[in-house]
Design a protein around this ligand. Structure first.
Ligand SMILES: Nc1ncnc2c1ncn2[C@@H]1O[C@H](COP(=O)(O)OP(=O)(O)O)[C@@H](O)[C@H]1O
Ligand SMILES: [Mg+2]
Length: 246
């Protein structure tokens, strides 16, 4: 059995009055690709933020790399790519190199100088996202899809073992969506554990091995992609069918 990466048990969450997550349960092992699907407002981002410790949970247990989430301090093991909220002015004064390498600080401490090894890491992650040669370009001069690939490189440079992506393909053009999905699939094939949310179900279902499906008023049902047809997945999504457990 592969190493356990993340275990969520009986997780509940409410925003003051509204109950959002109700009894979410799943376990991921190294190399798993979890797709989280559900309509807008279903709770996908909330779950991601809880795992990132941005939001506290009200009830349940989360274990990351074998440690209780409250004691987990190895933040560099977690990579995060958000929805493309990052629309830069075209004169935003940061280069690709600066944006990507800034994420080495979490490991290096603030005042360390970059080494040749750091520049080698930069070269490797830009190559992984198909952005070699863009080191000195201003981030704001790139297209939305290119910027998002740079943000994937930024997440990768600290060599995470778990990559969380919250709707990383929203707001980018169709060609970039395919490029980004290919990059993510390659990373997963190389053993990276991935959690990705998307409201575009078919796109994500194609590449995920496991799914957490939030149907309307549902709790989030955890299923193995392999055991289900697309029709069965749609049924769960639409709330027509439950109790398929992975
Ligand atoms: N900061 C907040 N305060 C109160 N309610 C919130 C907050 N953020 C999100 N919500 C509500 O929680 C629910 C889940 O939101 P979210 O996790 O963002 O869903 P998703 O990412 O699936 O679209 C929605 O009904 C949303 O309106
Ligand atoms: Mg969201």
């Amino acid at each position: 059995m592969e190493q356990e990466i993340l275990r969520i048990e009986n997780l509940y969450f409410n925003y003051s009055d509204a109950s959002v997550l109700r009894d979410v349960n799943f376990t991921l092992h190294k190399g798993d690709f979890l797709g989280i699907i559900g309509a807008n407002g279903a709770g996908k981002s909330t779950l991601i933020k809880i795992i990132l410790k941005i939001l506290p949970y009200s009830q349940g247990k989360i274990t990351l790399f074998g440690q209780d989430l409250s004691r987990f301090k190895d933040n560099y093991k977690i990579g995060y790519v958000s929805q493309k909220a990052n629309s830069f002015n075209s004169d935003f004064p940061a280069t690709v190199k600066e944006v990507v390498m800034a994420n080495l600080y979490s490991r290096k401490g603030l005042f360390r100088r970059y080494t040749r090894e750091d520049y080698e890491k930069l070269r490797i992650v830009l190559d992984k996202v198909g952005m070699s040669g863009f080191e000195n370009k201003l981030i704001g001069k790139l297209s939305g899809g290119q910027q998002q690939r740079i943000f994937i490189a930024r997440a990768l440079i600290s060599e995470p073992e778990l990559l969380l992506m919250d709707e990383p393909t929203v707001g980018v053009d169709a060609k970039s969506v395919r490029q980004i999905m290919d990059i993510i699939t390659d990373l997963n094939n190389q053993g990276m554990t991935i959690i990705m949310t998307n409201h575009d179900t078919p796109e994500l279902v194609k590449v995920s091995g496991k799914l957490l499906i939030f149907c309307e008023h549902g709790n989030g049902e955890f299923v193995s992609r392999n055991n289900l047809t697309m029709e069965q997945i749609n049924d769960i999504f639409a709330g027509r069918r439950t109790h398929h457990h992975a």
